[in-house]
Ligand binder design. Structure first.
Ligand code: ADP
Ligand code: MG
Length: 603
C-alpha cells in the first residue's frame, strides 16, 4: 500500500469546490460518465490498432445505486488505469485543474459557474464524503488492479486489488447533503439530460438510456426526410413539425456538426427562444447558446455539437473567442444559403412558408448587418392582395404610380387590415398598392427599411387623406368662401376636444368622405418607439393626437352653411364628425350613445 499527498498547495480544496459549484452539483454525473465513455472509446481504438490483447467484451457503461451503502457507482469496461497512471492523471493533472479553478474563483463570493474547469473527476467530491477508484488497466498483469481512496483531504491511499475485469469503477460515497443522488428518479432525469446521446451505451436499472447514434452524427446522405422529422420529435416531443432543417457538418478550420430546425414561429418570439442544445462530443452541455450563435438564430431549434467551443469559461470570454466567432459566422452563412436555396428552387413553396419564416428573416435583418446583406435578395413584401414581391420587384411595380413630386418613392402600408379598411380602400382607389405590415416586429422593420432602401419612404394608409398620402401636385382648391370656411372650422372645433383633434379644412373630391380622422405618421411612430423603449420615453405621457380633416368640397358643407339655425348647423357637423370617429373606432361610451340618439332623431 502507498499513501501520499495529492500534489496541491491549497490545504483543503474540497470545501471550496463544494461552495463554488453549489448550483451546478449535478454535473458530477456528466463528468464521470463522460470519462467512462472516453475510456471506452480509447479501448476500442487501441484494439483496432492491435495494441489491446484483452477481450473487448460488452462495452456498456453502468450507473448503479446502492441505497443501503449510500454509494453511486459509475462502471466502465474501458482501458483502465495502472498505478502510475492514477498517480499521473488523477493525483497530479486532474488535481492541478481543480487547484487552478480554486485560485481563480476563491475571491468570488458566490458562484454559478458553468460545468467543468478541468475539474472533471474531482467534481465527484461535490457530493461525496469519500471517492474510491477500482481499476484494471488493459496493460495490467493479474495482480496489478488498483484501489485508490480519498476522503476529500489531500491525503490518499493506493493499494493493489483483485478486480478481475478490465475497466474502472468510480464509487462515490454520497454525503448527507447529497442523498438526493441516491434516488432513482433523480439520477434518471440527470442521465436523460446529459447522457441521452452519448456514443457508448449507458445502462441504468437494467435499461439502456441513450441513443448512441443520433441523427446529427450521421451523414446527410444516410438520412431521409422522415429521419430528420423523427429526430426533431425525439428532441421536442410536443412540438409541431418544423418547416425545414439544415444539417451542419464542418471539419475545417473547426469541428462542428449539428442539425438546425426552423420551427413554425408563433406570434410571441420570446417563448420560442433557447431551444438549441449544445453538445461537446455528444455530451450535453447547455441549452443556452447565446454568445455562440447570433442572437436571432436562437429562435431556431436543434443541436450543435463542437469540441472546439470552450465550455469551461465565462460568457464574455466566449464572445471574444475566435473559434466561437468563426462558428457563429459559419452558422449564419449556412442559414442564409439554405433560405436562398429555398427561395430560388421553389418560390411558390417559399411564399407559402413566408408567414412563418418572415418574422425570423426580418428579425435577422434587423439585428445582423451580414444577414441583411444576404437576405435582401429573398426577403419578401406582402401586399393586401396576398401577393409577394422581393424588394427589387416591388420597387419596379410601384415606382410609376407612387413617386411623389420630389421624386421619392412612397410605399403605403397598413398595420391592421380590418381597422384601417376604409383607408386601404381609398388608397387602392387611387391606384396605390398597399403592403401588409402587421407582424410583431413590422413597425421596427418599416423604420429600418426606410433607412436602408434608397429614396424610399413609408406611409401608413391612415396617416393622411388618400389624396395626400403621396404628394404629387398642388392641392385641389377649396370651393367655399373664406367666411364659410371659418364658420365650418369653428363649428367643427366646438364638436371635439381641442387638445386631441387638430381641425383642418381641405378641398378633397366631392365623392370623398365629408370628414376624416388621420394619425400623423411621424407622431404615431414616435409613440410606437416610446412604447417599445426606443429612446422617446418622454412621449409616453402624451395623449394620442389626431388630424380631423373636413372635406370642404363635400356637398354636405353647402347644406350646413345654408341651414336655418345655428343649432341645426352644429348638429349636422356633430353628426359628420361622429361618423368619421366611428369608422376609426374612436366613438365610445357616452359619445357613442349620444350619436345613436341623434341618429334616431334624424330618421
Ligand atoms: P479530463 O477528462 O478532462 O482529462 P478528468 O479530471 O475528468 O479530466 O480526468 C482526468 C484523467 O483521469 C483523464 O484524462 C483520464 O486519463 C483519467 N481517467 C478518469 N476517469 C477514467 C476512467 N473511467 N477510465 C480511465 N481513465 C480515467
Ligand atoms: Mg473528464
Amino acid at each position: 500500500m502507498t499513501t501520499g499527498k495529492i500534489n496541491v498547495q491549497t490545504e483543503n480544496i474540497f470545501p471550496i469546490i463544494k461552495k463554488f459549484l453549489y448550483s451546478d452539483h449535478e454535473i458530477f454525473l456528466r463528468e464521470l460518465v463522460a470519462n467512462a465513455v472516453d475510456a471506452t472509446g480509447k479501448i476500442k481504438t487501441l484494439t483496432s490498432i492491435g495494441e489491446n490483447k484483452t477481450e473487448l467484451g460488452d462495452l456498456v457503461v453502468e450507473v448503479i445505486i446502492d441505497k443501503e451503502n449510500k454509494t453511486l457507482t459509475i462502471r466502465d469496461r474501458g482501458l483502465g488505469m495502472t498505478a502510475e497512471e492514477v498517480e499521473k492523471y488523477i493525483n497530479q493533472i486532474a488535481f492541478s485543474g481543480a487547484e487552478e479553478f480554486v485560485n481563480k474563483y476563491k475571491d468570488q463570493t458566490e458562484g454559478n459557474l458553468i460545468g467543468k474547469f478541468g475539474l472533471g473527476f474531482y467534481s465527484g467530491f461535490m457530493v461525496s464524503d469519500k471517492v474510491e477508484i477500482y481499476s484494471r488497466s488493459f496493460k495490467a498483469t493479474e495482480q496489478e488492479a488498483i484501489r485508490w481512496t480519498c476522503d476529500g483531504s489531500p491525503d490518499y491511499t493506493m493499494t493493489t486489488d483483485t478486480k478481475a475485469d478490465r475497466g474502472t469503477d468510480i464509487i462515490l460515497h454520497i454525503n448527507e447533503e447529497s442523498l438526493e443522488f441516491l434516488e432513482e428518479a433523480r439520477i434518471k432525469t440527470m442521465l436523460d439530460k446529459y447522457c441521452r446521446f452519448l456514443p457508448v451505451s449507458i445502462k441504468f436499472k437494467e435499461e439502456l438510456i441513450n441513443n448512441t447514434t443520433p441523427a446529427w452524427v450521421k451523414k446527410p446522405s444516410e438520412l431521409t426526410h422522415e429521419d430528420y422529422l423523427a429526430f426533431y420529435k425525439e428532441l421536442y416531443p410536443m412540438a409541431e413539425d418544423p418547416l425545414f432543417y439544415i444539417h451542419l457538418n464542418v471539419d475545417f478550420p473547426f469541428n462542428l456538426t449539428g442539425i438546425l430546425y426552423f420551427p413554425k414561429l408563433k406570434k410571441n418570439l420570446e417563448v420560442q427562444k433557447n431551444k438549441i442544445q449544445l453538445y461537446c462530443r455528444q455530451v450535453f452541455v447547455t441549452d443556452s447558446v447565446e454568445g455562440i450563435v447570433p442572437e436571432f438564430l436562437t429562435l431556431l431549434h436543434g443541436v450543435i455539437d463542437s469540441p472546439d467551443i470552450p465550455l469551461n469559461v465565462s460568457r464574455s470570454y466566449l464572445q471574444s473567442d475566435s473559434n466561437v466567432k468563426k462558428i457563429s459566422n459559419h452558422i449564419l452563412k449556412k442559414v442564409s444559403d439554405k433560405l436562398e436555396e429555398l427561395f430560388k428552387e421553389n418560390r411558390t413553396d417559399f411564399e407559402a412558408k413566408w408567414d412563418d419564416i418572415g418574422v425570423f428573416i426580418k428579425y435577422g435583418m434587423l439585428s445582423e448587418e451580414k444577414f441583411y446583406d444576404r437576405a435582401k435578395s429573398f426577403c419578401l413584401l406582402k401586399n393586401t392582395d396576398a401577393k409577394y414581391f422581393t424588394f427589387d420587384e416591388y420597387k419596379l411595380a410601384v415606382e410609376p404610380n407612387q413617386t411623389d413630386k420630389d421624386n421619392k418613392i412612397v410605399y403605403t402600408y397598413t398595420s391592421n387590415l380590418e381597422e384601417q379598411y376604409a383607408f386601404v380602400e381609398a388608397a387602392k382607389n387611387k391606384g396605390y398598392d398597399v403592403l401588409q405590415m402587421d407582424g410583431v416586429i413590422d413597425s421596427h422593420f418599416v423604420n429600418f427599411l426606410e433607412y436602408k432602401l434608397e429614396n424610399t419612404s413609408f406611409i401608413r394608409v391612415d396617416a393622411d387623406t388618400a389624396d395626400n398620402l403621396i404628394k404629387k401636385e398642388d392641392k385641389r382648391p377649396i370651393l367655399l368662401s373664406e367666411e364659410e370656411q371659418t364658420a365650418i372650422k369653428e363649428l367643427t372645433e366646438k364638436a371635439v376636444e381641442k387638445e386631441k383633434y387638430f381641425v383642418q379644412l381641405e378641398g378633397l373630391s366631392e365623392t370623398d368622405a365629408p370628414a376624416l380622422i388621420t394619425r400623423p405618421e411621424f407622431m404615431r411612430r414616435m409613440k410606437e418607439m416610446a412604447a417599445s423603449g426606443g429612446g422617446y420615453e418622454f412621449m409616453t405621457g402624451m395623449g394620442e393626437q389626431f388630424n380631423l380633416i373636413i372635406n370642404a368640397n363635400h356637398p354636405l358643407m353647402k347644406k350646413v352653411i345654408s341651414a336655418a339655425t345655428e343649432d341645426e348647423k352644429q348638429k349636422m357637423i356633430r353628426q359628420t364628425v361622429d361618423l368619421a370617429m366611428l369608422s376609426q373606432g374612436l366613438l365610445k361610451g357616452e359619445a357613442l350613445s349620444g350619436f345613436i340618439r341623434r341618429s334616431v332623431e334624424l330618421i
